[in-house]
Ligand binder design. Structure first.
Ligand SMILES: [Zn+2]
Length: 534
C-alpha cells in the first residue's frame, strides 16, 4: 500500500538542541526532499518567527515537482475570532497548498495549559479547520498528545478528532507528543481510531522511549497511511521518529511503498546531505545509512560475510545506498586483511607467510593503541612495507622541537629535523606556528631536493584521543591525521605518550605512503586504487 511520507525535519527537526538551519539551508533541503520523492514537506511555523515567514516567502521560488509544501500552526487563540487570529492568518498567507494545524486532545492540557472549558477547545478546532478549508487548503489535523489524552479520557480525545473530522480535516494525525507511549498500546489505540473514522489516519511519534520508529511502523500496521518524522531522527529532546528508518522498513520489510525502491537507493546520500547541511556528523551506527551499518569487525563474522553477506546483514546495503565495510582490528581474522588487500588491489601480491606476518603485526600494533579502522593510509603503508621490505626513501635520525612565547607576538615553534636521504644526511631547521607545523615544514624542506612532490601534501584534519585517561597528562594518545595531495585524501595514525611524537609518526606515515604510491605508479605504470577515505 502507498504510505504518505510527511517530513518535518525543517519544523519539528529544528527544535532539536543541536539543529539549526538558515533560510538558505531550508530551501536546499526542501528541494532535495522533493527530488527524493517525499510527499509532504513541513517547512516551519510562519506565525511563530520571522525566519519561517521568510522561508515561506522565498519558497514560492521553489519549483517542487512532487512534494506539497506544508505550513504548521496552532488552532486559534480562545480570545480571537478565527478570521482575526494573526497566527491562523499567517498559515493562510504562507501560500502553501497544505497546512498542518495542531489542537489539544488531552483534557488536562485544555483545562490547565489553555485554561478553557472542554467544549471551548472543540470550538477552536472546528473553527480553525473550517476556516482553513474555506481558503482551499488541504488540512492535516495534528492531534497533540493524542495517546496520553486518549489514555486519560478516551471519550474526550475522540470528540476532538470528531470536531476536526466534521470540519473537513483531510488527515487526522495522532501525535505521541511526549514520546512515552509503548508500542503495543499504540497499536491498539490506532486500530480503534481506524475503526471509528474513515479517511486518512496519520501517526507522529517522538522518540523519548527510544521506540519512535517501532511506533510509526505499528501505527501503519494498525491502519495509518500517513507517517510523520524527521530525517536522521532530529527533533526536540530525543528526537522524532527517524523517517529514513521508517521508510526503509516500510519498503523493505513490510511491503509498502513510500518513495519506491529506486529512490530508496538514494537514502544514505540524502541522510548524509542533511547531516552536512546541519553541520552534524551522521551517526556511524545509524541504522540503514550509517557508515557502520554494514561494517564487520569480528573475524568470524567477516569470514562468513565474505562467503555470503546475508549471514550477517539484514538487507543488501545497496538497497539504501550504503555499502559493506570490513574493518581491520585486533578482532581481525585473515578474512579482514584479505578483504582490505583486495580493495587496494594488493591481494595477489602477498604470499601466505607474508599475510600471516602482517596479521600478527597489526594485532600487536592495535594492542599498543593503534587503530586502523579510521587510518586506512597507515594500514596501506604497512602492507606496502610488507610487500617491499627493502624499499626505503629516507631514514629519520632524530628531531628536536622548541617553543617560545614572548611579548605580543604569540608563541612560535622551531624544529630541527635530521634525515638520511639518497643524497646523504641532511639537517634542516624550520619555524612554524606550532610544533607540528614546524616539524612538517622541516621534513618538507629536508626532502624537497630529493622528492619535490612531498611539498604538495597538506594536512586537512587532526584529531587526538587519550587512550589511558587514568594516567592524566602522562597518558598515551592516539593522533589521527588526514592529508590530501589535491587528488586524493588519506588518514594516518600515530600513538605515543608524547603528543608531538604521536603526531610525528602520523606525519612520517603520510609522507612515506605518498612516496611509495608514487614509486609504485612510476614502476608499474598502472595507478593503484587509492585507499577509501575514512
Ligand atoms: Zn512533534
Amino acid at each position: 500500500m502507498k504510505i504518505d511520507t510527511f517530513d518535518t525535519t525543517l519544523r519539528d527537526g529544528t527544535q532539536g538542541e543541536a539543529v539549526s538551519f538558515s533560510v538558505d539551508d531550508k530551501l536546499l533541503i526542501a528541494a532535495r526532499l522533493d527530488a527524493f520523492g517525499i510527499d509532504y514537506i513541513e517547512g516551519g511555523w510562519p506565525g511563530s518567527n520571522p525566519k519561517d515567514r521568510e522561508f515561506f516567502a522565498r519558497a514560492r521560488e521553489l519549483t517542487l515537482r512532487h512534494a506539497k509544501l506544508t505550513a504548521f500552526g496552532a488552532t486559534r487563540l480562545a480570545r480571537n475570532r478565527v478570521d482575526q487570529d494573526s497566527s491562523v492568518n499567517a498559515l493562510v498567507e504562507a501560500g502553501t497548498p497544505v497546512v498542518a494545524v495542531f489542537g489539544k486532545t488531552w483534557d488536562f492540557h485544555v483545562t490547565r495549559a489553555l485554561g478553557i472549558g472542554l467544549d471551548d477547545n472543540l470550538a477552536l478546532i472546528k473553527d480553525t479547520v473550517e476556516y482553513l478549508k474555506s481558503h482551499g487548503k488541504e488540512v492535516v489535523y495534528d492531534a497533540e498528545h493524542f495517546f496520553d489524552g486518549y489514555l486519560a479520557n478516551p471519550d474526550y480525545a475522540i470528540r476532538t478528532l470528531e470536531a476536526a473530522h466534521a470540519a473537513g480535516a483531510d488527515v487526522l494525525c495522532l501525535c505521541d507528543t511526549n514520546g512515552g507511549v509503548q508500542t503495543g498500546r499504540l497499536f491498539e489505540i490506532v486500530s480503534e481510531i481506524r475503526r471509528r473514522f474513515d479517511g486518512v489516519i496519520g501517526i507522529h511519534p517522538h522518540n523519548d522511549s527510544d521506540v519512535a520508529v517501532a511506533n510509526a511502523l505499528a501505527g501503519v500496521e494498525a491502519g495509518a497511511t500517513h507517517v510523520q518524522g524527521c530525517m536522521n531522527g532530529y527533533g526536540e529532546r530525543c528526537g522524532n521518529a527517524n523517517l529514513a528508518s521508517v521508510m526503509a522498513n516500510l519498503e523493505l520489510k513490510l511491503g509498502h511503498t513510500t518513495v519506491g525502491r529506486d529512490r530508496l537507493a538514494e537514502l544514505s546520500s540524502l541522510c548524509g546531505f542533511i547531516a552536512d547541511v546541519a553541520n552534524l556528523p551522521l551517526r556511524g551506527d545509524q541504522p540503514f545509512v550509517g557508515r557502520s551499518a554494514f561494517a564487520h569487525k569480528g573475524g568470524v563474522h567477516v569470514a562468513a560475510v565474505l562467503k555470503d553477506s546475508a549471514t550477517y546483514e539484514h538487507i543488501v546495503p545497496e538497497l539504501v545506498g550504503n555499502r559493506q565495510r570490513v574493518l581491520v582490528s585486533d578482532l581481525s581474522g585473515r578474512g579482514n586483511i584479505l578483504y582490505k588487500l583486495d580493495q587496494q588491489g594488493l591481494a595477489n601480491r602477498l604470499d601466505d607467510d607474508a599475510r600471516r606476518g602482517l596479521l600478527d603485526q597489526i594485532k600487536q600494533l592495535e594492542y599498543d593503541g593503534y587503530e586502523f579502522e579510521s587510518a586506512e593510509g597507515s594500514f596501506e603503508l604497512i602492507v606496502r612495507q610488507a610487500l617491499t621490505p627493502d624499499q626505503r626513501f629516507f631514514d629519520v635520525d632524530g628531531y628536536e622541537v622548541t617553543m617560545r612565547s614572548a611579548g605580543a607576538e604569540g608563541p612560535r615553534a622551531t624544529a630541527s629535523v635530521s634525515l638520511r636521504t639518497p643524497h646523504g644526511p641532511v639537517t634542516v631547521t624550520a619555524t612554524g606556528h606550532g610544533p607540528f607545523n614546524a616539524l612538517h615544514e622541516g621534513l618538507r624542506q629536508a626532502l624537497a631536493p630529493v622528492y619535490p612532490a612531498v611539498g604538495n601534501i597538506r594536512l586537512i584534519d587532526y584529531k587526538v584521543r587519550v587512550l589511558d585517561s587514568y594516567k592524566g597528562t602522562a597518558a598515551k594518545v592516539r593522533v589521527l591525521t588526514e592529508w590530501t595531495d589535491h587528488q586524493r585524501t588519506w588518514t594516518t595514525v600515530g600513538v605515543s605518550d608524547n603528543v608531538i611524537e604521536a603526531s610525528w609518526k602520523a606525519l612520517i606515515d603520510a609522507v612515506q605512503l605518498e612516496l611509495m604510491r608514487q614509486a609504485d605508479n612510476a614502476a608499474s605504470g598502472v595507478p593503484l586504487q587509492a585507499a577509501p577515505v575514512s
